[in-house]
Design a protein around this ligand. Structure first.
Ligand code: MN
Length: 267
């Protein structure tokens, strides 16, 4: 007998949907609509905006989960914690006796290409699921606007979710997907990429609060330091969706021999 695939009508895949912009953001609604074509959806998402929280977890405060009726016919919980807290609670509390087939995070309002993956709550939520061995995809649209048009992103996200359900990942469990701010028909296609080298040139705007104390407000600009044509930034600049297979291991393997050869290892 043939094994039943993820797409077998008798066994709908269980898909966890989360984000960092909060459960009422239009981007997560777009992603829920995409995911609902493919399986049973459980949404666990922050009750407030959590962009830039990276892999933060809550350890000194209690966490709350509240079931909410935000998406018609879909079970959804808002969580008082960070995006990573949402995934941990989904995996170990709400769905502790079930196998999660896929985790989708986003669709983020704004880019998570290049170095932004480090700061991103969207990508950290997806990474947390990947750490649990769950195939996981973070989606981001290059448009910060609350009223961003997600129609193109939805069209292409459907293709990528379909691919992921048909082809379980064998090398790691995480994809970082960024989508250019273009109508669906103007998006040229999908490129599998590496993460572009780049960084933020930080600037702090300084001001005074009403009581006269100084405050500092982080701003800055992204600087690309990599002209490769195989990067996520290149793909996005040229009208393609970038797909970067990503991982949690931050070891700099090339530096190990240098440190060992220079005598840092003790015997
Ligand atoms: Mn965000």
């Amino acid at each position: 007998m043939m094994p039943c695939s993820y797409l077998c009508p008798m066994s709908k895949p269980l898909i966890l949907v989360t984000n960092d912009d909060g459960i009422v953001a239009p981007g997560i609604r777009a992603l829920v609509e995409v995911a609902a074509q493919f399986g049973e959806i459980i949404v666990v998402a922050p009750d407030s905006p959590q962009s830039g929280q990276g892999h933060a977890i809550t350890i000194h405060d209690p966490l709350r989960l509240r079931q909410v009726d935000v998406f018609e016919g879909i079970q959804a919980w808002e969580c008082s914690g960070t995006p990573v807290d949402c995934v941990k609670l989904a995996k170990h509390v709400l769905l502790k006796d079930r196998k999660i087939d896929l985790c989708l995070s986003g669709i983020n309002h704004g880019s998570n290409s290049s170095i932004n993956i480090l700061y991103s709550g969207t990508m950290s939520a997806a990474m947390e699921a990947a750490l649990e061995g769950i195939d996981s995809i973070g989606f981001s649209l290059l448009d910060f606007s609350f009223n961003a048009d997600f129609s193109g992103a939805k069209h292409w996200a459907s293709k990528i979710v379909s691919y992921a359900l048909e082809h379980p990942f064998r090398h790691g469990h995480l994809l970082n997907v960024n989508i250019p701010k273009l109508p669906a028909a103007e998006i040229k296609g999908i490129r599998v990429c590496r993460q572009c080298e780049g960084r933020w040139i930080e600037e702090f705007v300084e001001g005074k609060d009403p009581s006269g104390r100084p405050y500092y407000w982080l701003t800055g600009r992204f600087v690309k330091q990599d002209e490769g044509e195989d990067t996520d930034e290149w793909a996005l600049e040229h009208g393609y969706i970038s797909v970067v297979p990503s991982m949690h291991d931050l070891t700099n393997y090339q530096a190990i021999p240098e440190l060992v050869n220079n005598g840092l290892t003790t015997r």
